[in-house]
Write a protein that binds this ligand. Structure first.
Ligand SMILES: [Zn+2]
Ligand SMILES: [Zn+2]
Length: 154
């Protein structure tokens, strides 16, 4: 079960940007889509589809179907509002919905916190190395597993 946390100011900001990005793509920011986004934004760790389903169903007072959730998640991922953390089969809100590029995720295996960093030079190097062996990357998934600074200090 996912802990529900009030979105911080940064969360409100990213929700505003997410809405701008979605509407720019010609899609509507419906109450259900907003509820899914809010559930993700409030989650302190990457949320699985089941986590989101529970939180949104509770908030709406009725059971949301997995089909409608997956449709919204696909829409969010396609429009850069949400990123999929592949190695956790989970989702996080994208810190920069209006700017597309390859993100690097640092995943703490102790507290499950996932930090997002951007380093275009590092990603270019990975692309270069893959290209040198004749491989073209369509979508780099760079997820680093380990311990975060907080857990290391504890
Ligand atoms: Zn990024
Ligand atoms: Zn940690």
């Amino acid at each position: 079960m996912l802990a529900i946390r009030e979105p911080r100011d940064a969360g409100a900001q990213s929700a505003a940007n997410a809405r701008v990005a979605l509407e720019a793509a010609g899609e509507q920011w419906t109450p259900l889509r907003a509820a899914v986004y809010d559930a993700l934004a409030a989650s302190p760790v990457p949320a699985s589809a089941y986590d989101i389903l529970d939180v949104v169903s509770q908030a709406q007072g009725r059971r949301m179907t997995p089909t409608s959730l997956y449709r919204i998640l696909d829409l969010f991922v396609a429009n850069n509002l949400v990123s999929r953390v592949e190695s956790k089969s989970a989702f996080v809100v994208n810190a920069h919905p209006l700017r597309r590029h390859d993100c690097i995720f640092l995943i703490c295996d102790t507290c499950r916190t996932t930090t997002h960093i951007d380093d275009d030079d590092a990603v270019e190097q990975v692309r270069g190395v893959a290209g040198a062996s004749g491989f073209r990357i369509d979508r780099p998934v760079i997820e680093l597993r380990g311990r975060c600074a907080t857990c290391l200090a504890a």
